[in-house]
Design a protein around this ligand. Structure first.
Ligand code: MG
Length: 434
């Protein structure tokens, strides 16, 4: 106890001199805990978690519990934590099911078709959201119920086809069971998404809505940290929100990129290590691009006419001008892909003269689409020359095709294309790797 009082007294020193670092508990005001795998596993309280929460409260810290499990009500989790002798209030428990009910109410959605447990249904009905719909509904809500059947999934797809919104409590595809992996909400969501073609709005970690509920409750400027056991939900989710994240794990991990959002700011094997002296947390810094869902190979072309003007297309999806570009289809070579893209977008037939550069820096190569999907493109840019065809825009994807003077490019040009054009104008035999 003597140590705790001393560290509380001295905690300000951490930020005045980097040589003085105290326990992690001193470095934050608000602690967000995942539940399963951090506080308990199934119905068994995990070693140290009870003491950890008690010590944080003694230090005057704010504590919240964020779980993607949409099945239990907050009251049920409150009862479970109390039975484990963990001090908690119901206000501190945020489930993806309860958060979904909040989201629906905020967005005036009052009739839903829900795949849900009785607990989740009661959270919805507590906010006046009707789940016993007869013909149509405003939204399909995907939670989890062990008795979910094929007919219910089919029904959900029918509602989406008629125009209902698609809301998912979370995207976790499986969880560990006694006899192997078990189906979770994300697997049901994926089935509905694949057949309906509709992208869900997802409430739980690693998406923002569940975190936004905490943000509204804490004092602005509070120092926040997430403690979790999942890289894909807890760590990624916290980093997407710009807050630090600590992984509860016993081994070392390696990540392919130093910018990986899933890289924890510290790894601790025991939850009580939050109170170990001299443990520094690497503060998360946004690397300047949103975390992508996938990586795709892309191609682009720089094409000059006889007057040394460059060919640009105006895209229908975002209204911006760009070099002709696209991504590879399965089985295509990059040469086949760029020739096809140019012919589809502009009606022109081209030959490839040389590779100008390969562009992979995520800061300029990660794109977010209105659907919510985010892709990291690795793009090969080629110098091409026209050998035939007749210039005409493909009006489904491209609104306009035109040549522009290099000194008079349109203002609304895709942000990285001026660099690609500059590289094309350099009279060099090598290709750029950016
Ligand atoms: Mg967990």
């Amino acid at each position: 106890m003597a140590y705790l009082s001393a560290s509380r007294y001295l905690s300000g020193l951490i930020f005045l001199g980097r040589g003085w670092v105290f326990m992690i508990a001193d470095q934050y005001d608000v602690f967000l805990f995942d539940l399963d795998g951090v506080i308990y596993r199934d119905d068994v309280v995990l070693a140290g978690s009870r003491r950890c929460i008690r010590k944080l409260r003694a230090l005057g810290k704010k504590v919240y519990f964020l779980t993607n499990d949409p099945r239990p009500t907050r009251q049920e989790l409150y009862d479970r934590l109390k039975s484990m002798k963990i001090s908690v209030s119901q206000e501190e428990i945020i489930t993806s099911g309860w958060a979904t009910a909040q989201y629906l109410a905020e967005n005036n959605i009052s009739d839903v078709f829900a795949i849900a447990t009785e607990g989740f249904i009661s959270e919805l009905e507590a906010l006046g959201i009707r789940t016993k719909i007869e013909v149509s509904c405003q939204a399909v809500v995907a939670g989890y119920n062990e008795n979910t059947n094929f007919a219910q999934i089919q029904q959900a797809i029918r509602h989406l086809e008629k125009g209902s919104r698609f809301i998912a409590t979370n995207a976790d595809k499986s969880f560990p069971g006694r006899n192997g992996r078990c189906i979770a909400t994300g697997a049901i969501v994926e089935m509905i998404r694949m057949v309906s073609g509709k992208q869900p709005f997802i409430i739980g970690k690693p998406y923002s809505y569940i975190f936004s509920i905490v943000f509204r409750r804490v004092v602005p400027g509070s120092r926040m940290v997430m403690i979790g056991d999942s890289l894909e939900t807890d760590i990624l989710g916290a980093h997407r929100q710009g807050i630090d994240a600590i992984l509860l794990y016993k081994d070392k991990l390696r990540f392919p990129s130093k910018y990986d959002y899933r890289m924890p700011d510290n790894i601790i094997p025991n939850i009580l290590d939050l109170f170990k002296p001299n443990v520094e947390v690497k503060n998360w810094r946004n690397p300047g691009f949103p975390w992508p869902d996938d990586v795709k190979p892309g191609v682009a072309a720089v094409i000059f006419n006889a007057q040394r003007q460059v060919l640009l297309v105006r895209r229908n999806d975002n209204g911006l001008w760009s070099l002709p570009s696209g991504h590879l289809e399965i089985g295509e070579t990059v040469i086949e892909a760029i020739k096809r893209e140019i012919q589809e977008e502009t009606g022109l037939i081209v030959d490839v003269k040389k590779l100008i550069g390969v562009y992979s820096d995520p800061v300029s190569q990660v794109f977010s689409y209105p659907s919510g999907a985010t892709t990291h493109f690795i793009t090969l840019s080629f110098l091409c020359c026209i050998t035939g065809g007749c210039m005409q825009a493909d009006y489904s994807e491209i609104a306009e095709v035109a040549f522009f003077d290099i000194s008079n490019l349109p203002i609304n040009l895709l942000k990285m294309h001026p660099q690609w054009l500059t590289d094309a104008l350099v009279e060099q035999s090598f290709s750029f790797l950016r």
